[in-house]
Design a protein around this ligand. Structure first.
Ligand SMILES: Cc1cc2nc3c(=O)[nH]c(=O)nc-3n(C[C@H](O)[C@H](O)[C@H](O)COP(=O)(O)OP(=O)(O)OC[C@H]3O[C@@H](n4cnc5c(N)ncnc54)[C@H](O)[C@@H]3O)c2cc1C
Length: 437
């Protein structure tokens, strides 16, 4: 049997998405010995980064991960986590996070907005088709607004942010958490890739480290503080293997679908994703502009039925409205590896309302009602699997001293909006809490 590698740190962080990268960066800057463990590798320098081949290489199950109900989940496993393939949207945290759960991250979020210069894209880069959809919605009385972005033409000399940036950003316009990882390392943190954390080590009721596999060989880390940031699916799995039976019971997903319509004019497909958005807070859904990348379109629509990929030649004539539903907590991430996300009786009519409104908007924008269709549901934000108020206190601590969680799994309810700014805010707040203790 191979001898386990033994490592030591003040703080060990599992997962390098926005949650883990933020905590690692902040604590390293404060002089803590931080060890950041990531099961994937840094893919940014590879020639396939940001291509369709790349999306097959670095996403769990080659991008074909499904819940038992058939929702497709894209789960990038690499340095930077899902921000490597996200749409670069930013949204301030919902009011209820502070009002109902006592988690105030206003200062941390404002600081991040300033630091990363989060703002909408300039009008000329929001896309003609996307702007046409937003104007149609506005004409119907819905106050669609330019979406805040972690993306700026100022970050690059060659802004070319079409729909393909969801495969990984090649032009450099989009911020990803991998940049915070770089800054953590520059501040003294140690990053180990191909390091899969399997379980938390607990002694005398206290978390004392983690154990797992480093490039396939056993390793363990002794640390005074353990932060799990392996994402809405990864974190509950580590906790389950460590004896926390409640982890992964119930989840939220911001269940997502696209409603598509077609117009005569060409040029819609290559626009940056999600440049305009609107929220119905009362009903609980968000609408935004989005079209699936060219090669993903036939794959995704084939899940709906054989005739839908036949619209592929008209991909460049699509207008798209994306729905994100504030879904109830349901289903979960289970020990046998299965993931379930059923819609509840409360979810279904609200999704129907969102679809009806999307069709109305597309119609107003000039799309033919006869051609319109809604794609199968998908899950872009696996979250709410280790919830604040259920398994965590408002400082993100578990019932085991020394063991914290900081990623999308902590959301007590579905956000139904972009998650990353909230996760960064939580990461900064947790780092401050840990430093002051
Ligand atoms: C296609 C797509 C578009 C999106 N668009 C947006 C958007 O525009 N705006 C927005 O705010 N959000 C967006 N999101 C969602 C957002 O990217 C995620 O919610 C967010 O990245 C979650 O952060 P996290 O820290 O919880 O986990 P993740 O980003 O999932 O990171 C977790 C990390 O942990 C690693 N890991 C997992 N298990 C282990 C283990 N056992 N040991 C060690 N490491 C492990 C993973 O490899 C991964 O790197 C999008 C998501 C997708 C898929």
């Amino acid at each position: 049997m191979a001898v386990a590698t033994k490592l030591q740190a003040d703080v060990v962080v599992a997962g390098s998405g926005p949650g883990g990268a933020t905590v690692a960066r902040e604590l390293a800057r404060q002089g803590k010995r931080v060890l950041l463990l990531e099961r994937g590798i840094d893919q940014r320098a590879h020639s396939y980064y940001g291509t369709y081949a790349g999306a097959l290489i670095y996403s769990d199950h080659r991008s074909l991960l499904f819940t038992q109900e058939g929702l497709n989940i894209i789960r990038p496993l690499m340095v930077g986590g899902a921000t490597s393939m996200y749409c670069g949207c930013a949204a301030v945290p919902p009011d209820w996070l502070k009002g109902k759960y006592g988690v105030d991250i206003d200062t941390e979020v404002s600081e991040t907005v300033e630091e990363l210069q989060i703002a909408p894209l300039p009008p000329e880069l929001r896309g003609r088709a996307s702007t046409r959809v937003a104007e149609a919605a506005q004409a119907l009385g819905y106050d669609w607004q330019p979406q805040l972005k972690f993306m700026s033409p100022m970050r690059t000399r060659r802004f070319s942010c079409g729909a393909k940036c969801m495969l990984g950003c090649r032009c450099g316009a989009k911020w990803s958490a991998a940049e915070y990882v770089d800054e953590a390392v520059a501040a003294g943190a140690r990053l180990l890739t191909r390091a899969t954390v399997e379980r938390v080590l607990v002694e005398g009721g206290h978390a004392v480290g983690v154990a797992g596999l480093l490039a396939g060989r056993p390793f363990s880390v002794t640390a005074g503080t353990v932060v799990l940031a392996a994402g809405g699916i990864g974190t509950p799995r580590i906790l389950q293997a460590s004896g926390f039976a409640d982890a992964g019971q119930g989840m939220t997903m911001d269940v997502t679908s696209m409603v598509y319509g077609f117009v005569k004019e060409r040029g819609a497909g290559n626009e940056p994703p999600m440049t305009w958005s609107w929220e119905d807070r009362e009903t609980g859904f968000m609408l935004s502009t989005l079209i699936d990348p060219w090669l993903l379109y036939p794959i995704i629509t084939a899940l709906k039925g054989w005739r839908y990929p036949l619209y592929w030649p008209r991909w460049n004539n699509i207008l798209g409205v994306m729905i994100k539903l504030k879904d109830d907590v349901s289903g979960g991430v289970f020990r046998d590896g299965k993931i379930s996300k059923p819609l509840t009786a409360h979810d279904r009519p609200r999704l129907q309302m969102a679809e009806n409104l999307s069709r109305q908007i597309l119609c107003k924008a000039g799309a033919e009602p006869a051609d319109m269709f809604m794609t199968p549901l998908r899950g872009t934000h696996p979250s709410g699997t280790v919830r604040i108020g259920t398994m965590l206190n408002s400082d993100l601590r578990t019932e085991t001293p020394g063991l914290y969680v900081c990623d999308a799994s902590v959301f007590p309810e579905a956000l139904a909006r972009p998650t990353v700014l909230t996760i960064i805010g939580l990461g900064k707040r947790l780092a401050r809490h840990l430093a002051s203790n």
